[in-house]
Structure formats: structure tokens, C-alpha cells
Ligand binder design. Structure first.
Ligand code: ADP
Ligand code: ADP
Length: 230
């Protein structure tokens, strides 16, 4: 039983911009998928459909047993299972690093404060940023901020992690520290779908590389075969 299933999924923006065309995709539990392809090909839209930041109009999409329809309950259910990390870190600038985790909208009121703090610190340690817990995001480097965003997503112990070009907004010298954290996470069995142009990273962690163009999946293969094209 795949943890994510797309069956003939189609999506349009407005009435006539066909952004996802007959997407068929199954992701196994624990599988690590890298999605690549030219800018504007629909990569971001594809992964945003998984946690309902975008809605498809046709076809079937099932995430960990939840059928995604225009159903508020399905959105809530799926967002508990799916963590997401964006290109722009999307941290709250007026909250400390620790508060960005403990006061995350997904969390507020759900855990006693002490427990939330302990859990948050654990995740900050996991991305090696716990010593910055009391700083504000803008006092940190881009790489550090992105690691905080990753820790925040991990607080929900998601079954699936989505990454939307997690290193594209970073200075080159910070890319590695973020990729290293994701590589570590990949080794711990979490299902991940990552949109990225970092092909070295894809080779190192992907079980499967998917190439999209103009809203279609044109190719999917293991990284060895994918990158050894004639
Ligand atoms: P990629 O991630 O591959 O760069 P996107 O999924 O972000 O591609 O976008 C695919 C296409 O859809 C682009 O042409 C983009 O401009 C368009 N698009 C994205 N979001 C919207 C939106 N909310 N409304 C209309 N068009 C959009
Ligand atoms: P990315 O390429 O990183 O996915 P974009 O710059 O394409 O980001 O999009 C940023 C935001 O603007 C997204 O929320 C996307 O849905 C929206 N967007 C992108 N293209 C369009 C468009 N043509 N019309 C309306 N909204 C768009």
C-alpha cells in the first residue's frame, strides 16, 4: 500500500492554465523522491497538492489512507501527517527560534508548555541549532533559519516531509549544512518528496528521481539510471 497515490490527477489554474496533466504517481512508505524539471513545470504545485496547499480538480489523490477532496476534515488529517519546508523559510520574525516551534499554529494549545518546549528543543538539537533557541530568526544565517524551519516541521512527527527547493534561497556556502540535515533525516526512514535542482543531493539520497515538464511526469527512475542517460 503506497503512502501517496496520484491517479490521473489534473489541475488547472483559472479556467485554462493546465498545470498538472494526468499525474500518476505512487510513493512507497519510506521512499525518498526527488522532483526536478524546468522552472514553471508544476513541481511546486504537485507537492503542494499533497498537503492541500493546492487543490486538484480531477483524479484521485490519497495520502496515508486519506482521500483528498474538498473536505475540511481531510485537510486537517493530512496536515498532521505531512511536514513542509519552503524555499523562503517562513519563520515568524517576531518570535524566537524556540517560540517559532512551540507557538506553531499546528501546536498551540495541544501540548502543555513544558512538554512542547522539551520536544521543540529535541528537534532543534537534531538540526544542531539548539544553542540559538533564544535568538530571533533574522539574527541567524539563511542556513540556520532553514534548519529551524526543518525542526519546526519535524515537531509534528510527520510521516511525510515535503521540501520545496529548500536550498534555492541560500548562499552557496550554506547549502551543504541544510542538505546534510536532510540527508540525515533521509537515513531515518521518513517518506520524503523534495523539489530541488541539487543533483548531487539527488544522487546521494533519492530512491527515485522524477522529471517534470509542462505539467507532466516525463521520466521516473532510480538515480543511477536517471543520471546515466546515453
Ligand atoms: P515549478 O515549481 O516547477 O517552478 P509551479 O508549480 O510553481 O512550477 O508553477 C507551474 C506554473 O503554474 C507556472 O507557470 C506558474 O506561474 C503557474 N502558477 C503557479 N501558481 C499559480 C497560481 N496560484 N495561479 C496561477 N498560476 C500559477
Ligand atoms: P515557486 O517558483 O518558488 O514555486 P512562484 O514565484 O512561482 O514560487 O510563486 C510564488 C507564489 O505565487 C505561489 O503561492 C504561487 O502559487 C503564486 N503564483 C505563481 N505564479 C502565479 C500566477 N501566474 N498567478 C497567480 N499566482 C501565482
Amino acid at each position: 500500500e503506497p503512502i501517496i497515490t496520484f491517479e490521473k490527477v489534473n489541475k488547472w489554474y483559472g479556467n485554462n492554465f493546465h498545470v498538472l496533466r494526468d499525474i500518476d504517481l505512487q510513493v512507497a512508505q519510506g521512499e525518498r523522491i526527488v522532483v526536478c524539471g524546468p522552472s514553471g513545470s508544476g513541481k511546486s504545485t504537485l507537492i503542494r497538492c499533497i498537503n492541500r496547499l493546492e487543490e486538484h480538480q480531477q483524479g484521485r489523490l490519497v495520502v496515508d489512507g486519506v482521500e483528498l477532496m474538498d473536505d475540511v476534515k481531510a485537510i486537517d488529517q493530512v496536515r498532521k501527517k505531512v511536514g513542509m519546508v519552503f524555499q523562503q523559510f517562513n519563520l515568524f520574525p517576531h518570535l524566537t527560534v524556540l517560540e517559532n516551534l512551540t507557538l506553531s499554529p499546528m501546536w498551540v494549545g495541544k501540548l502543555p508548555k513544558k512538554e512542547a518546549t522539551e520536544k521543540a528543543l529535541l528537534q532543534l538539537e537534531r538540526v544542531r541549532i539548539a544553542e540559538q533557541a533564544d535568538k530571533y530568526p533574522l539574527q541567524l544565517s539563511g542556513g540556520q533559519q532553514q534548519r529551524v524551519a526543518i525542526a519546526r516541521a519535524l515537531c509534528l512527527t510527520p510521516k511525510i516531509m515535503l521540501f520545496d527547493e529548500p536550498t534555492s534561497a541560500l548562499d552557496p556556502e550554506m547549502i551543504k549544512e541544510v542538505l546534510d540535515v536532510i540527508v540525515e533525516m533521509a537515513g531515518q526512514g521518513i517518506t520524503m518528496v523534495c523539489v530541488t535542482h541539487e543533483m548531487g543531493f539527488a544522487k546521494a539520497v533519492a530512491d527515485r528521481v522524477i522529471f517534470m515538464d509542462q505539467g507532466q511526469i516525463l521520466e521516473q527512475n532510480n538515480p543511477n539510471d536517471f543520471f546515466n542517460h546515453p
